[in-house]
Design a protein around this ligand. Structure first.
Ligand code: ZN
Length: 434
């Protein structure tokens, strides 16, 4: 097996084991611990040892990990990589139980920009955090993943809506609650979701008295797959943006040789809903870590002036069936390398300087790269790059692997592109000059 195939297998198993941001953070910390990274707590005094790797978790769903270099931070700056842990999904409401037409259903809230029609007719499972009181009355939490398909959102038959292929408006309140079962005779009143949750937790060995609260979302149980005549594509849920989390993690883990400069990975939750939260990119998480690392204001400012953040988030590849959705000169191709995202209106934080630097890392890594600019008559998406640039005043380049079907329950990337981006990031963090 080629190195790239091993890498892609690792990516696919990461996607599979990370149905929610909390699972992604847990999986990443397991990799970090295996590589000797030490967990820090925000409430403790931090010991710093050059060459050592450290990581912090906020809210179970955002992560900062770094390996200290041997040069002073003020002299060498920090080579930073950023991504987001969240993906659009359907979250279970607090009072979720619905019994309609004899069917047991759960009310759901739409998280982020879900491409809703793709969620129909899928074998859905449920995962996330549950808070419960144990038998001694203490509050505890558990990470739950049911793995098995337990729900489906059935489509309406075309016979009942002849216009379905032309016009099928989805009302999220009415049409998205997944069906979990059929109410049994006289048993409709028994459908208490928290009780169901308690029985699932007990089956996993938790000693609990009562479920208090939860943050649970549905996900597609179909595992990631290599697709195409020559396996050119990776098809999976949550490629946006767990692919970037995985690539950033692998780049950071590859820094096991003594490095001159410090390298850092930040993976934030809440990008899909605008990043404004205590654990999102607009919050103080990354900045507070950097300030504590630097020691004092003078050092902090010197360090930031010499740093660069590569913000990684997937880019829209040109679609062969919808080619007119891209600018004719800026339609990124699948398997043609990382995409540098440019927007004059600062929806992306890339500058000509940071674009040139990133193109240089790609060239040094022997990897192709491409550039994306949205059509002039269309609005442009955004990501954590401009938010981090605004918050920190640091140089940022927005890049990402090209993909199709962004925010679908099942997205597609090229099987070369994750590897290409990984090579470019590894060159970045082992490169001495910025
Ligand atoms: Zn994204």
């Amino acid at each position: 097996m080629q190195e790239r195939d091993v890498f892609n297998q690792g990516l696919m198993s990461f996607l599979q084991s990370s149905p929610t941001p909390a699972h992604a953070v847990l999986t990443m910390t397991q990799h970090l611990q295996e590589a000797g990274f030490v967990q820090l707590q925000e409430g403790d005094e931090w010991p710093f040892q050059p060459g050592q790797g450290y990581y912090l978790i906020r809210g179970d769903r955002s992560l900062v990990a770094f390996r200290l270099g041997h040069e002073s931070l003020a002299e060498a700056g920090v080579r930073m990589m950023g991504a987001h842990t969240d993906s659009p999904c359907l979250k279970v409401k607090p009072q979720a139980e619905l019994v309609r037409q004899g069917c047991l259903q759960l009310g759901v809230e739409v998280y982020g920009g879900v491409l809703q029609h793709t969620w129909f007719d899928r074998d859905l499972s449920l995962a996330g955090q549950v808070y419960f009181r144990n038998e001694d009355g203490l509050l505890q939490s558990a990470l739950l993943d049911l793995v098995e398909p337990i729900a489906v959102i059935p489509s309406l038959a075309i016979h009942l809506n002849r216009e379905a292929n032309k016009n099928s408006e989805i009302n999220a309140q009415l049409h998205l609650p997944p069906v979990l079962g059929v109410a049994t005779e006289g048993g409709a009143g028994e459908f208490v979701f928290r009780r169901l949750l308690a029985s699932w937790l007990k089956r996993e060995g938790h000693l609990l008295a009562e479920v208090i609260d939860y943050d649970l979302s549905f996900y597609d149980t179909q595992p990631p797959a290599l697709v195409g005549l020559e396996k050119e594509f990776i098809s999976s849920a949550r490629l946006d943006n767990l692919l970037s989390c995985y690539i950033g993690l692998q780049a950071l883990l590859a820094t096991d040789q003594p490095q001159a400069s410090t390298s850092l990975l930040v993976c934030n939750d809440h990008e899909e809903v605008g990043s404004a939260s205590a654990i999102g990119a607009e919050g103080p998480f990354l900045e507070s870590v950097l300030r504590r690392l630097s020691g004092n204001e003078q050092q902090y400012q010197r360090m930031m002036a010499r740093s660069l953040l590569i913000s990684c988030d997937n880019a829209h590849a040109v679609h062969p069936n919808y080619p007119d959705k891209h600018d004719e000169k800026h339609g990124p191709k699948i398997n043609a390398g990382p995409v540098i995202k440019v927007n004059a209106n600062q929806r992306y934080a890339t500058s000509s300087e940071t674009s040139a630097l990133f193109a240089g890392f790609c060239a040094a890594a022997g990897v192709p790269c491409q550039r994306f600019v949205v059509r002039s008559d269309m609005g442009c998406g955004s990501t954590i790059g401009p938010i981090a640039a605004t918050r920190l005043g640091v140089r940022v380049v927005d890049v990402g692997a090209p993909q199709w079907a962004m925010h679908s329950i099942r997205e597609t990337v090229g099987s070369l592109d994750a590897w290409y981006l990984n090579r470019a990031l590894q060159t970045f963090i082992t490169q001495s000059d910025l």
